[in-house]
Design a protein around this ligand. Structure first.
Ligand SMILES: Cc1cc2nc3c(=O)[nH]c(=O)nc-3n(C[C@H](O)[C@H](O)[C@H](O)COP(=O)(O)OP(=O)(O)OC[C@H]3O[C@@H](n4cnc5c(N)ncnc54)[C@H](O)[C@@H]3O)c2cc1C
Length: 376
C-alpha cells in the first residue's frame, strides 16, 4: 500500500495525486484544521506510483533557463487597478487569452465564499478571478479540464500558487506551447475552515448574512480598508490588516498550512512563465512611481512570459527594475519560519474554536496597536 507522505509538511494539497490516479483511489479529505489531504483507498490502489510522480513536493521542480526580468507596473485604467489587488497585472494577461478564444483558470469565491479554482471563457466572468483571496483554493478536478482545453488546441492561462502551477505541470507530463502559467507569489495559505469560522463570527456580530468579501479594499478618502465586508442589512465592516483577526493571524503566519513553512517555491527560481506579486516598498528606490493605489511586481521567467508581456504592456505605466530589488521581497527569498504561536493557535482553535483564538491571541495585540497609534 502506497503512503504519500511521512508528515503533513510534505503535502501542499494541490490534489495532483488524486487527479492523476487511474483508479480514483485517492480522495481529498479535510483535516481538523480545515486543510485538504489525500486519503488512499487500499481496496482500489494498484500501486502504480502515478501519485508519487506528480507530487510537486516529492519531485524537484525544473525552472526555466532564462535571464529573468522584473517590472513594476500600474494599469492605466484606474477602474481596473482599483478592482485588482495590486497594479492589475493579471487582468490584461487574462483578457488577451480570452480574446484569442482561450480559457483562463484561477481562484474565485462561490456563493458561500468557498475559494475554488474555476474555468473562465468570457470577459465578464473574469471579474470573479480578480483580487487575492487569502484562503487555500480548492483545485479538485481542474487539472483534467486544463488538459482537455490544451489538447483541443485552445490557448490556456493557468494561474495559481507555485505549488498549484507545479502540480499542473507534473500532471500534464509534457510542455504545451498553448499553455501560459502565471504563479501568484504567495507566502502561505490559511484554510477554508478558519475563514468560514471568521465569517460566521462576523455574521453573528452584525446579525446579517455576508454578501461580499474583499481582501484588498484599497483606501477610500485616505482610509485604508484592507478587509471590506458587506452585509445583507446594508451594514459594512472594514478594517486595516493589523486590527482584523483573520488578516492578522494570516500576516503573522499563525494559521498557514504546514507545508508553507518549508515551501520550495519561495525562492528566486519560479515555476510560472510569469510571476505576480505586490511591489512593496517601491518608493525606497522609485519614489516618483509610488502613488499608493497598488503596484504590481511582474517577473518574466521564460520566453513565453516575455511574449505575453509584450502583448499587454501598452495597457500599463511601467518601469523595468533591477532583478535584485524584486528578489529582496520575502517570498522570493525563503519560506517564513513557523512562529512559536502557531501551535498555540491550532491548539486553541481545535479545542475551543475561532472565537477563542481571537480572545486569546488577537485582543491584546489589537489593544496595544491602538494605544501605540494614539500615542503617536
Ligand atoms: C494566498 C496568497 C498569498 C499571497 N502572498 C503574497 C506575499 O506575501 N507577497 C506578495 O507580494 N504578494 C502576495 N500575493 C499576491 C498578491 O496578493 C496579488 O495576487 C498579486 O500582486 C497579483 O495582483 P494583480 O493586481 O496583478 O491581480 P489580481 O486581479 O488581484 O489577481 C488575481 C489573481 O490571483 C489569483 N488568486 C486569487 N486568490 C487566489 C488563491 N487563494 N489561490 C491561488 N490564486 C489566487 C487569481 O486566480 C488571479 O489569477 C499573495 C496572493 C495569495 C492568493
Amino acid at each position: 500500500m502506497i503512503t504519500l507522505f511521512k508528515n503533513k509538511g510534505e503535502c501542499c494539497g494541490c490534489s495532483a495525486c488524486s487527479q492523476i490516479c487511474p483508479k480514483n483511489a485517492i480522495s481529498m479529505i479535510t483535516d481538523e484544521k480545515g486543510f485538504l489531504y489525500p486519503s488512499i483507498s487500499s481496496d482500489k490502489c494498484i500501486e502504480c506510483n502515478a501519485c508519487k510522480t506528480v507530487c510537486p513536493i516529492q519531485n524537484k521542480f525544473t525552472y526555466f533557463d532564462y535571464s529573468q526580468k522584473s517590472f513594476a507596473l500600474k494599469h492605466l485604467n484606474a477602474g481596473e487597478r482599483k478592482s485588482s489587488s495590486s497594479g492589475g497585472a493579471f487582468i490584461e494577461l487574462a483578457k488577451s487569452v480570452i480574446n484569442n478564444n482561450g480559457s483562463v483558470y484561477g481562484a474565485a469565491f462561490d456563493k458561500t465564499f468557498k475559494v475554488k479554482h474555476i474555468r473562465v471563457t468570457t470577459l465578464p466572468e473574469l471579474e470573479q478571478l480578480k483580487k487575492s483571496k487569502y484562503v487555500q483554493s480548492d483545485i479538485t478536478g481542474i487539472y483534467s479540464q486544463v488538459k482537455t482545453d490544451l489538447n483541443e488546441g485552445h490557448p490556456v492561462l493557468f494561474s495559481g500558487t507555485g505549488c498549484q502551477v507545479q502540480g499542473l505541470k507534473n500532471y500534464l507530463k509534457k510542455p504545451y506551447d498553448n499553455l501560459l502559467c502565471v504563479d501568484i507569489v504567495c507566502h502561505g495559505v490559511p484554510s477554508q475552515k478558519v475563514f468560514d469560522d471568521y465569517l460566521s463570527m462576523l455574521e453573528n456580530k452584525y446579525k446579517s448574512k455576508i454578501i461580499s468579501v474583499n481582501f484588498r479594499g484599497k483606501a477610500v478618502k485616505n482610509k485604508v480598508q484592507d478587509m471590506l465586508i458587506k452585509f445583507e442589512n446594508g451594514k459594512t465592516y472594514s478594517s486595516i490588516a493589523a486590527l482584523d483577526s483573520y488578516y492578522s493571524f494570516f500576516i503573522k503566519n499563525f494559521d498557514l498550512r504546514e507545508s508553507c513553512y518549508s515551501c520550495q517555491f519561495s525562492c528566486p527560481d519560479r515555476t510560472g512563465d510569469i510571476s505576480l506579486a505586490d511591489f512593496w516598498k517601491i518608493e525606497n528606490q522609485y519614489p516618483e512611481f509610488q502613488d499608493y493605489k497598488g503596484i504590481s511586481l511582474l517577473l518574466i521567467n521564460s520566453e513565453k512570459g516575455q511574449h505575453a508581456f509584450d502583448t499587454i504592456k501598452s495597457n500599463y505605466d511601467f518601469i523595468e527594475t533591477p532583478i535584485e530589488l524584486a528578489m529582496s521581497q520575502s517570498p522570493f527569498k525563503k519560506p517564513f519560519d513557523k512562529p512559536h504561536k502557531s501551535d498555540l493557535f491550532w491548539n486553541i482553535y481545535i479545542s475551543k474554536g475561532y472565537d477563542a483564538c481571537v480572545k486569546k491571541l488577537h485582543f491584546m495585540p489589537k489593544l496595544k496597536y491602538k494605544i501605540k497609534r494614539l500615542l503617536k
